[in-house]
Write a protein that binds this ligand. Structure first.
Ligand SMILES: C[S@@+](CC[C@H](N)C(=O)[O-])C[C@H]1O[C@@H](n2cnc3c(N)ncnc32)[C@H](O)[C@@H]1O
Length: 220
């Protein structure tokens, strides 16, 4: 059993699941292919909570296998742009491969980099998203300030997670938290963190049956 981990949803191979934090090599590729599919129902539920305009400039942080880049690219015109950023080389390769056509058309770009220091000017984006990634950000408050910096005034931040912190109910995630050194946030901590880093209009949507949460807020 010690090569297995309880993810809170399933029993899985440890070596594969380790790659959720920063995909590398063949197992990294494998988990990215899988996440593009396994996150689809949560992601499509999540994105139903905000609206995209055809000319929007959108950044997806921790873009992984690139499925959300593909989704957003299908919703914008050539006036808009979707950029994906991820600190994993394999994630950048996978996202690039999946979105090759849109990249060639100039609608999409994928770059390697960390959320903590992003190579974008202040006030650049209409929307910044993060699916299943904030668990791994090294310094959540500073990283939120960095997200705030690159958003335009009134720009939207959106995060979507398939694990939510509920006091006294975290036993099922203990193995995963230890394996991945991840932080699972409650709705309250997300609200407070965004409020103190320059955001307003916080809204949370929770699916209790699945243990999904997605949130939106706007740059002040
Ligand atoms: C669990 S995967 C989710 C991938 C994709 N968003 C999805 O929903 O399928 C987490 C992704 O976040 C990326 N990531 C984690 N920490 C990061 C950081 N500090 N800066 C940039 N990317 C990060 C990882 O490399 C990985 O590709």
């Amino acid at each position: 059993m010690n090569d297995k981990v309880n993810t809170g949803h399933n029993i899985e191979d440890k070596e594969l699941i380790k790659n959720a934090r920063k995909p590398v090599g063949d197992l990294g590729e494998k988990i990215l292919d899988r996440m593009n599919k396994s996150h689809e129902s949560m992601a499509s539920w999540g994105v139903s909570h905000f609206k995209i305009n055809p000319g929007d400039k959108i950044l997806d942080i921790g873009c992984g296998g690139g499925r959300n880049i593909e989704r957003f690219a299908s919703e914008i015109s050539h006036e808009g742009k979707v950029i994906g950023i991820d600190y994993s080389e394999v994630s950048v390769e996978k996202s690039t491969k999946l979105n090759k056509k849109a990249i060639d058309e100039g609608k999409v770009e994928v770059i390697q980099g960390s959320v903590s220091e992003m190579p974008f000017d202040d006030n650049s984006f209409d929307i910044v998203t993060g699916f299943e990634t904030i668990y791994f950000w090294p310094d959540f408050i500073n990283d939120l300030k960095e997200v705030n910096r690159i958003l335009k005034k009134d720009g939207l931040v959106f995060f979507c997670n398939e694990a939510v912190y509920h006091e006294g109910k975290m036993e099922k995630y203990e193995d995963l938290i230890e394996l991945l050194d991840m932080k699972i946030y409650s709705q309250e901590v997300l609200a407070e963190s965004l409020e103190k880093t320059g955001f307003k209009d916080f809204k949370a949507y929770v699916n209790d049956e699945k243990d999904w949460i997605c949130i939106t807020a706007r740059k002040i």
